[in-house]
Design a binder for this molecule. Structure first.
Ligand code: HEM
Length: 403
């Protein structure tokens, strides 16, 4: 980080990606609601203190509907190119009350405790299959060989994507996941392909329903509860929101275990500590850096800064989770914190719908890895690992290990 005490830090580049905490600490002390510039000439407010981020997540004056963004933001091309694609953009994350609650309720049946129990069994099966596959090789890449296939299999099964369609859908979703590094044309082509695929799946599920999210929503649609566009948009949201985040959690938590062997040893002796380990990984290595854009609906003050209607606001939950005002020794990985405190799954009405499922995947995979491979070790020094330069996800490109 190229910063003295008075110079704002750089908020991009390999040094920042490898360890953003020093930059966030600087901002928390000197400029807690900081104006950041993006390549498109757009500026936005970046909020980094825990108290401000927490307050903003539950503040009804901060809207999520992109139509509430100022014209400059709407024309800047930030975010996914979904403006002319209502069949992918009409979902709960882009909605404010009262529509937000309706859309959320229509999908939330798939995340009930009973469903979760069934999903837990499936997560264990898929985990075992993936570990059986890598076991004979003595080496693997945890991110690409295990975490990504686990999270995409579970999310596709949840939505109702048949096994034979998954590879192509995942290929297109991967283009969107890498959207910061992706050519705009490729991104448009990928969103087009997913749009067409989900419309086709919708038609197929209408004719032949299954026990999955798509069929579950179609049933409710018969009662006029949601439009076709809202249905395909919700499936798209869950596809995108549910797999890269979970892949990041798995990669980050396995890295934490390998760099804290004393804590990994404690889990091996007592698996009851797995849950605390996953919560601390969610806090310290928060898989989502910034939650999606918000826009003030009226002039308001946040963290001592005046915000004008429509100005784009980014809430950094990764920074908030490292705020020394909230967490003692915030950069240290510790198992004795209050798991309720971190903001990794957001707060308020948009809080993560899939949090319980993500926790199950993180704990199942980390637990199984530590159990099956007692001598699991990093295959490369930590300094050589590469982090995504994404403003949204905090994730490793790859995590090579040996045993
Ligand atoms: C470790 C994994 C995950 C993390 C860290 C995570 C994080 C988050 C965060 C921070 C939000 C709030 C966004 C905001 O306020 O703007 C969110 C929303 C959401 N997440 Fe997750 N998520 C994870 C996994 C999942 C999974 C597995 C699913 C689905 C299967 C999912 C579905 C959703 C949905 C549908 C929303 C939108 C809720 C709304 O707008 O009402 N997430 N997630």
């Amino acid at each position: 980080m190229a910063s003295g005490d008075s110079q704002p830090p750089q908020l991009y580049g390999p040094e920042f990606d490898a360890d953003p905490a020093p930059a966030y600490h600087w901002l928390q002390q000197h400029s807690p609601v900081h104006r950041v510039e993006f390549a498109a000439g757009l500026s936005a407010w970046l909020v980094t203190r825990y108290a401000d981020v927490h307050a903003a997540l539950t503040d009804p004056r901060l809207a999520k509907d992109p139509a509430r963004g100022c014209p400059f933001w709407r024309n800047s091309g930030m975010g996914l190119p979904l403006d002319h694609r209502p069949s992918l953009a009409q979902h709960m994350t882009n909605a404010d009350p009262p529509r937000h609650q309706d859309l959320r309720r229509l999908a939330s049946g798939m995340f009930s405790p009973q469903r979760l129990q069934r999903l837990e069994i499936r997560v264990q099966q898929v985990t075992d299959e993936l570990l059986d596959r890598i076991a004979p090789h003595g080496q693997a890449d945890i991110v690409n060989d295990v975490a990504y296939p686990l999270s995409t299999t579970i999310i596709c099964e949840l939505i109702g994507v048949p096994a034979e369609d998954r590879a192509e859908l995942q290929r297109q979703a991967a283009v969107i996941d890498a959207s910061d590094a992706t050519d705009r044309e490729d991104l448009l082509a990928a969103t087009d392909a997913i749009d067409a695929y989900l419309a086709d799946l919708h038609a197929r599920k209408k004719a032949e329903p299954g026990d999955d999210l798509m069929s579950h929503m179609i049933q409710r649609q018969h009662r006029g509860a949601m439009t076709d566009d809202e249905l395909t948009s919700t499936a798209f949201l869950i596809l995108i929101a549910g797999h890269e985040t979970t892949t990041a959690l798995v990669g980050n938590s396995v890295l934490a275990a390998l760099t804290h062997p004393e804590l990994a040893a404690r889990i091996r002796q007592d698996e009851a500590q797995l849950a605390d380990f996953i919560e601390e990984s969610l806090r310290r290595d928060c898989p989502v850096r910034n939650v999606s854009w918000r826009f003030p609906t009226e002039p308001m003050r946040l963290g001592g800064q005046d915000l004008m209607p429509g100005e784009p606001v980014l809430l950094s939950i990764l920074a908030a989770n490292r705020d020394a005002e909230q967490f003692t020794d915030p950069d240290t990985f510790r198992l004795d914190r209050n798991p309720e405190d971190h903001l990794a799954f957001g707060r308020g009405r948009h809080a993560c719908l899939g949090a319980a499922l993500a926790r199950v995947q993180g704990a199942t995979l980390l637990g199984a890895l530590l159990r099956r491979f007692p001598d699991l070790a990093l295959a490369e020094p930590v300094e050589r690992l590469r982090w995504w330069p994404s403003p949204i996800i905090r994730a490793l490109y790859a995590l090579p290990v040996t045993w």
